[in-house]
Design a protein around this ligand. Structure first.
Ligand SMILES: Nc1ncnc2c1ncn2[C@@H]1O[C@H](COP(=O)(O)OP(=O)(O)O)[C@@H](O)[C@H]1O
Ligand SMILES: [Mg+2]
Length: 303
């Protein structure tokens, strides 16, 4: 539970015909937090987001955004959220600047603020030089950038990105990630992604969603430590005749096993690493540590 929740999702359910997309899903997102939602295709990520944004209604359950309910205050909630959909529907024949002006007016941005705001956002997404080009001349990466600028045009306190880097080349994806990183702190952000490294790099907490439910939620490091312990220590030895019980006796050690000349030690914490290595004094070939990845967590939760 999050004490200072900006978004509070309370047991929402949603079916499409026979398909149960969401099954009593609950989740809190703290003010100023960047929360990642990860999960396989069809897990219910986009459906959850569309309900938060008041585009879809749940069959049951409620969501509160800044204290307002999706059942009563849709207009208020929509004004608080900037949303980058999976496939943003941009008006193809508009020029970039005109598209942003259109949405600024739609959201009631005060007139004198509109032009400076557009210039600032075009600058932020590195598109000042394309301001007067039409959307239909833009690549996928440029469209995502304009989509982000559009989501930010009314300076909303909450921003929701649905798969913002999907299908982009690595350099463009990395650019988009740095825009998101730069928004951190001020804004409450939800990032849906199936790129584990992206979630790990950017998010304060990650929720793992599968079959319309939250399987687990927590800081990336916490989720990783639950799968494997915090660190895996790999020690290669010369003499295979080693006493693994001596290693197992350390408090920080979860599991020890040996394959060939390599001893793998799964650790709850790193503090005893020097002492554990001392056990092998005179018998060492090499020592390495590996961190578990969010990928391990994901596969463990949904695989
Ligand atoms: N408009 C819709 N009509 C019918 N089925 C839908 C619709 N939207 C989503 N679904 C189904 O609901 C499930 C969850 O979809 P979605 O929320 O888009 O998952 P995700 O974003 O995690 O990939 C999937 O089985 C999907 O096919
Ligand atoms: Mg989706």
């Amino acid at each position: 539970m999050v004490s200072d929740a900006m978004i509070s999702i309370d047991s929402i359910t949603k079916s499409f015909g026979r398909i149960k997309a969401l099954n009593n899903l609950s989740l809190d997102i703290g003010k100023g937090e960047l929360l990642g939602i990860i999960g396989p295709n069809g897990a219910g990520k986009t459906t959850t987001i569309r309900i938060i944004c008041c585009i879809l209604k749940p069959d049951s359950g409620d969501v509160h955004v800044g204290g307002y309910s999706i059942h009563e205050d849709q207009i208020k909630i929509k004004s608080m959220i900037g949303y980058l959909p999976e496939e943003p529907n941009l008006y193809e024949r508009f020029k970039a600047r005109d598209l942003l002006r259109y949405f600024a007016e739609l959201y009631g941005v005060p007139k004198p603020e509109i032009n400076p705001r557009i210039d600032e956002l075009l600058e932020l997404v590195n598109m000042s030089d394309r301001a007067d080009d039409r959307i239909n001349t833009f690549s996928k990466g440029l469209r995502q950038r304009i989509g982000i600028a559009r989501a930010l045009i009314h300076d909303p306190p909450i921003i929701i990105f649905d798969e913002p880097t999907m299908g982009l080349d690595p350099a463009t994806a990395s650019n988009i990630r740095s825009f998101i990183r730069n928004l951190k702190g001020d804004k409450t952000i939800i990032l849906c992604t199936h790129y584990m490294r992206e979630a790990d790099e950017l998010c304060d907490r990650v929720a793992i969603v599968n079959r319309g439910n939250v399987m687990d939620v927590g800081e990336p490091d916490y989720l990783k430590s639950k799968v494997h312990g915090e660190t895996i220590l790999k020690i290669k030895v010369k003499d295979l005749n080693v006493d693994l019980n001596k290693v197992q006796d350390f408090n920080s050690v979860e599991r020890v096993n040996m394959v060939g000349n390599e001893v793998s030690v799964s650790l709850k914490s790193r503090i005893e690493i020097p002492d554990i290595i001392d056990v092998f004094a005179g018998n060492l070939v090499s020592v390495n540590t590996e961190e578990p990845t969010l990928e391990d967590v994901f596969i463990n939760a949904v695989g």
